[in-house]
Structure formats: structure tokens, C-alpha cells
Design a protein around this ligand. Structure first.
Ligand code: FAD
Length: 462
């Protein structure tokens, strides 16, 4: 039996980051992972593989649509799907091996296997029971499906199946117009599939600033994605190689069907706590199956903490990482903190969408007096040169104090640009602070500054 200060259960971005930080703070730490490789959903079947496919297919899009205009003539590349899958596998391997290296470097013990918590202070893996003064549960999430829809990972697939399809489908139906559905839908559209996205709500990316969501939908439609909004999927029937999706339009209750070679179910994820033994321990849960925690990521059972997708809040890798670091700091007697008001959200399509803070709809609902500074990438020289002038930056600031309340960007590198505003918000900055900061020319970042200028006396290039 080994004895630890901290045992982390799960080596996703929440768990592995937490384990590394705990070890860096001088705590004897182990991390238990049931998968064969480290990195959790994110590195194995989530963020990283999806971004590899998005990158590869974006290159294809550039070659097909923009190369000739720049004088780069010749045949567009053909797609070798097996090689693209191999590239994706290689990227996953490099990343998961990287975590193994970091564990060794920081002296985190990797305990292989599935963990149960027989009692507070003990973690059982296989026949071994390890002692832990503190346990951090970072067991993540799993795919959630819909009534009437059975995922077989061949014809009806989750995101995991969609990342590794044996061949590119001719027709794909995506159920759910959230981040994962739109990213993977874009991948297969760029590879030549006819893609239709069916969404229950009347807008795509529910929760997004509505103006950005509308612009995003138009741009995706221009790229050839089809949308059926306000549609409740009733069920999916499959034959050996095809599927039929039945949905009802909410506006008139009319029933319709769509044929597909592959149906991607992208209706969300749910917390994963199977096998941990939480009910027997008396760990309190929310009615959505999440582990309940206080502001210090402590559950109601002393010595047991929880972080990441398995607790409340946005299911995002960087939110899990931040909670992981903060929980380790709390255990080490420091002041771990996460500012939930400044957690960016990014959609890695092309153009990208990056947002942080309040949406205009939220500010209206709160009755806040606010101002909007907007700037189109059409006025940005770099974006024009790079065939990336679709989209805009929308900055929201307090009408009286000018303090930044939120920012929503649709455009090139939006996922990187948004961090200027994240930092500004952490420092309680005003729109004027951004407007008075010199931004290098020609960069996409100038569009952020112009939106800030538009909150004051006006943008220059609008
Ligand atoms: C297709 C896809 C794309 C995504 N893209 C992004 C993105 O671009 N950006 C972003 O921020 N987020 C993205 N996400 C979400 C992101 O992957 C999750 O928010 C993140 O992985 C959550 O981290 P976590 O550490 O809480 O859990 P997870 O990453 O789910 O890791 C939990 C780990 O715990 C292990 N585990 C569970 N129970 C036990 C047990 N009892 N014993 C041992 N091990 C156990 C699991 O095997 C798993 O490896 C994406 C998700 C998907 C599915």
C-alpha cells in the first residue's frame, strides 16, 4: 500500500494539471487513469484530434478556394483519408506522451487502472488500496444521447466515432448545432460530404451572443452547411449502411425525414462518475448528475475534492485546468482561485468564434447600461490580404465607467485574439485602455483595438 498527500482520479486536463501542480507544491502525488494513455477526453478524443482534422481540412479549403487567386496554380491536393487519420493519431501520441514526460519530470506517480473510493482517505485500483490524505475527482464526462437515438459508433456516431470514421460519408446529418457538431460538421463538409445540421433551438450555438450566432450561421451556410432549426429529432432508424433521421418542426408540428450515411449525435455531454462509489460515500450530487462542490472544490465529504467536467460550469478543458491548479493550491494551503466571469469560449471553425464575459442579451436582461463597439474585419488590412475578412469584433463596455463587460469575435484567429480582452477584464480595464494601447500593424489584433476605439470617439478604418 502506497501513501500519498494527493491522489487525483482521472488524467484529463483537469486531473493531470492538478497532479502536476500538487507535486510542484511539494505534495506527494499520484494520478489514476483508466485509459491506456494520459490526457483524458481532450487529448485522446476531443480538443486535440478535432483540431488536427480542422487544421488539415482548412488547408484543403485554402488550396481549393484561395490558392489560385494568389497565383498558386495547379491541381488541388487530393485527400488521403488514411494518412489524415495517421497524422491525427501522431498528434494525439505526441501530446499524450508529453504528459507522461511531465509526470516523470514532476515526480507524479501514474497509477494505471480504474479507481474506486472505498472510504474517504482511500483509493482502490484493482486489488491495491492506496492511502490519500486528499482525493481529487477529475473523472470528466461522457457523451449524452437523445431518447430514440442509439449510438452504434458506425452509422450513428458520437464525436468519438466521428473523429475516426472508416471513410468520408457522402451525406452526414449532425444532431445539435453546438461547438462539437459545428466543428466536426465543418470538417466533413470541407472533405466533400453534404452536411445538414438539425438543431432544437431556433439559433445555432445556443448561449452565444445572438448577433454573432446569426453572422456565424450565414458564413457556415455560405460554406455549404445546411441548417434545420427549431426541429425536435424524434428518432433515427438504421439499415446496414444508412440512417433515416425523423424530426418535427416545432413551429407547425410537421414531421420530416433526412437520409444519411452517418449521423453525428452532438447533443452534449454528461458527467462521468461510474464505478467511483460516490453514492455509498454519501457524496452530494446536483440533479444533473454533477458532483456538488463549494467555492474551494470541496465535496461534502472531508478530504474529497472534484474539478472539471464532473462538476458544474462550462465543459471546457481550460476551465478544468484552472480548477485543477486552484484545487491543488487550496490543498497546499494557498489561495487557489478561478474567475468564472472570465472563461473564454472558442469555436475552431473557419472563421473562428471567440467570446468572453457577458453577451448583449445578458446585459439587456440584467438591465445594465452598456455601449457596443464594433469593427468589421473588412477594415483590417491583414485580414483582407489573407482572405479572412469575414466577421467582426464586438466589444461591450459599461456605459458610465467604460469598463469592459464582454467581447465576441467572429473572424480569423478569434480564439487567440480573445485573450487580449481576457487579460484586460482580469485587470478591470476599460475599452479606452485597449484603445490607447499601441497595436502592431498589420495584425488581426488591430481589429480589437478598433472595436475599443468604436466604444469611444470612433474607429479609424470603419
Ligand atoms: C470532440 C470534442 C472536442 C472538444 N474540443 C474542445 C476544445 O476545443 N476546447 C475545450 O476547451 N474543450 C473541448 N472539449 C471538451 C474537453 O475535452 C473537456 O472539457 C475536458 O476534457 C474536461 O477535462 P476533465 O479533466 O474534466 O475530464 P476528461 O478529459 O473527460 O478526463 C477524465 C479522465 O478520467 C478518467 N477516469 C474517469 N473515471 C475514472 C476512474 N474511476 N478511474 C480512473 N480514471 C478515470 C477517464 O478515463 C478520462 O481519461 C471537447 C470535447 C470533445 C468531446
Amino acid at each position: 500500500m502506497a501513501s500519498y498527500d494527493v491522489i487525483v482520479i482521472g488524467a484529463g486536463p483537469g486531473g493531470y494539471v492538478s497532479a502536476i501542480r500538487a507535486a510542484q507544491l511539494g505534495l506527494k502525488t499520484a494520478c489514476v487513469e483508466g485509459r491506456e494513455t494520459l490526457g483524458g477526453t481532450c487529448l485522446n478524443v476531443g480538443c486535440i484530434p478535432s483540431k488536427a482534422l480542422l487544421h488539415a481540412t482548412h488547408q484543403l479549403h485554402e488550396a481549393e478556394h484561395n490558392f489560385a487567386a494568389m497565383g498558386l496554380k495547379g491541381k488541388s491536393p487530393s485527400v488521403d483519408w488514411n494518412q489524415m487519420q495517421a497524422y491525427k493519431g501522431d498528434v494525439i501520441g505526441q501530446n499524450t506522451k508529453g504528459i507522461e514526460f511531465l509526470f516523470k519530470k514532476n515526480k507524479v506517480d501514474w497509477i494505471k487502472g480504474w479507481a474506486t473510493i472505498p472510504e474517504a482517505g482511500k483509493v482502490k485500483v484493482g486489488d491495491e488500496v492506496h492511502e490519500a490524505k486528499n482525493i481529487i475527482i477529475a473523472s470528466g464526462s461522457e457523451v449524452a444521447t437523445l431518447p430514440g437515438v442509439t449510438i452504434d459508433e458506425e452509422i450513428v456516431v458520437s464525436s468519438t466515432g466521428a473523429l475516426s470514421l472508416p471513410k468520408i460519408p457522402k451525406k452526414m446529418v449532425v444532431i445539435g448545432a453546438g461547438v462539437i457538431g459545428l466543428e466536426l460538421g465543418s470538417v466533413y463538409k470541407r472533405l466533400g460530404a453534404e452536411v445538414t445540421v438539425v438543431e432544437y433551438m431556433d439559433a445555432i450555438t445556443p448561449g452565444q451572443d445572438a448577433e454573432v450566432a446569426r453572422a456565424f450561421q450565414k458564413l457556415l451556410q455560405k460554406q455549404g452547411l445546411n441548417f434545420v432549426l427549431g426541429a425536435a429529432v424524434q428518432g433515427v432508424e438504421t439499415t446496414k449502411s444508412k440512417a433515416k433521421v425523423t424530426y418535427k418542426l416545432k413551429k407547425d408540428d410537421s414531421e420530416h425525414t433526412l437520409d444519411a450515411d452517418v449521423v453525428l449525435v452532438a447533443t452534449g455531454r454528461k458527467p462521468f462518475t461510474d464505478g467511483l462509489g460516490l453514492a455509498a460515500l454519501g457524496v452530494e450530487m446536483t440533479d444533473r448528475g454533477q458532483i456538488k462542490t463549494n467555492a474551494h472544490w470541496q465535496t461534502n465529504v472531508p478530504g474529497i475534492y472534484a474539478i472539471g467536467d464532473v462538476i458544474t460550469g462550462p465543459m471546457l478543458a481550460h476551465k478544468a485546468e484552472d480548477e485543477g491548479m486552484a484545487a491543488a493550491e487550496v490543498i497546499a494551503g494557498k489561495h487557489g482561485h478561478v474567475n468564472y466571469g472570465v472563461i473564454p469560449g472558442v469555436i475552431y471553425t473557419h472563421p473562428e468564434v471567440g467570446s468572453v464575459g457577458a453577451t448583449e442579451e445578458q446585459l439587456k436582461a440584467e438591465g445594465r447600461a452598456y455601449k457596443v463597439g464594433k469593427f468589421s474585419f473588412m477594415g483590417n488590412g491583414r485580414a483582407k490580404a489573407n482572405f479572412a475578412a469575414d466577421g467582426f469584433v464586438k466589444l461591450l463596455a459599461d456605459k458610465e465607467t467604460d469598463r469592459i463587460l464582454g467581447c465576441h469575435i467572429i473572424g480569423p484567429m478569434a480564439g487567440d485574439l480573445i485573450h487580449e480582452i481576457c487579460v484586460a477584464m482580469e485587470f478591470g480595464a476599460s475599452a479606452e485602455d485597449i484603445a490607447l494601447t499601441c497595436h502592431a500593424h498589420p495584425t488581426y489584433s488591430e481589429a480589437v483595438r478598433e472595436a475599443a476605439l468604436a466604444c469611444g470617439d470612433g474607429a479609424i478604418h470603419a
